[in-house]
Design a protein around this ligand. Structure first.
Ligand SMILES: Cc1cc2nc3c(=O)[nH]c(=O)nc-3n(C[C@H](O)[C@H](O)[C@H](O)COP(=O)(O)O)c2cc1C
Length: 213
């Protein structure tokens, strides 16, 4: 399956095979794929809590306003964004130095530049966490599709209840949940999309008014 096929095949599933389980290796492979996504300054803001124990799924279902897929799917990935990810830039830069991409001065400069970008700007850091974790979430869903697995992204949950129930530090922002498992019969077919021309202004120029149809 190529990327275009995975993009076209993915649907947001509601119905999951309740007998299906994911192996720890599959969970790890999906997270590895998610971590291939780009992130601002390569901060890699995304973190994942994977809920698969039946009682834990039932608790998470309550947090998700009763959404049945959280109970039924083999696992639900709670995608979190690290709002203080920039604090880890020295470590990120060091990994690039070890990989031979930066020398010591370059690594120090890169870390300082990144940390500067977010200093005193908590709203920007929060937006960045959402942006970068969302890219990771899409990568995870495409990887699931390639493996023949269904996925269902969700923002329908109570973030405060989630924090309380799963003891999530305030540093980590709940970005979305993704139910993952084997599809059961009864899912919606793929929904129509806007045509590119409805979402696109090609060859935009400064000073011109750009309207979407
Ligand atoms: C960020 C985000 C949050 C969503 N939240 C929910 C949700 O809480 N419950 C749900 O049933 N679907 C949810 N959806 C699924 C959308 O309804 C679905 O992606 C959209 O209708 C397009 O359908 P498709 O993904 O099957 O192409 C969410 C999707 C996204 C991207």
């Amino acid at each position: 399956m190529n990327v275009q096929q995975a993009l076209a095949a993915r649907i947001s599933a509601n119905k999951f095979d309740t007998a299906h389980e994911l192996t720890p290796e599959e969970v790890e492979a999906l997270v590895a794929a998610a971590m291939e996504a780009p992130s601002a300054f390569n901060i890699q803001h995304a973190r994942f809590l994977v809920v698969r124990d039946p009682a834990a799924r039932a608790a998470l279902q309550q947090v998700a306003y009763g959404q049945q897929k959280v109970r039924d799917a083999a696992a639900t990935f709670v995608v979190l964004g690290d709002t203080r990810g920039a604090e880890r830039l020295p470590l990120i830069a060091e990994r690039s130095r070890e990989a031979g991409l930066l020398d010591a001065a370059g690594a120090a400069g890169f870390a300082a530049k990144g940390q500067d970008a977010y200093a005193g700007k908590p709203a920007f850091a929060r937006e960045e966490a959402i942006r970068s974790a969302s890219m990771a979430a899409m990568a995870l869903m495409l990887a699931a599709t390639e493996r023949g697995l269904a996925s269902g992204p969700m923002i329908g949950f109570d973030p405060e209840a989630l924090r309380r129930e799963f003891h999530i530090d305030e540093r980590y922002l709940p970005v979305m949940m993704i139910a993952v498992g084997r599809a059961a019969p009864g899912n919606w077919p793929r929904k129509p999309r806007l045509q590119p021309g409805e979402a696109l202004v090609d060859d935009a120029r400064p000073g011109l008014t750009h309207a979407f149809s």
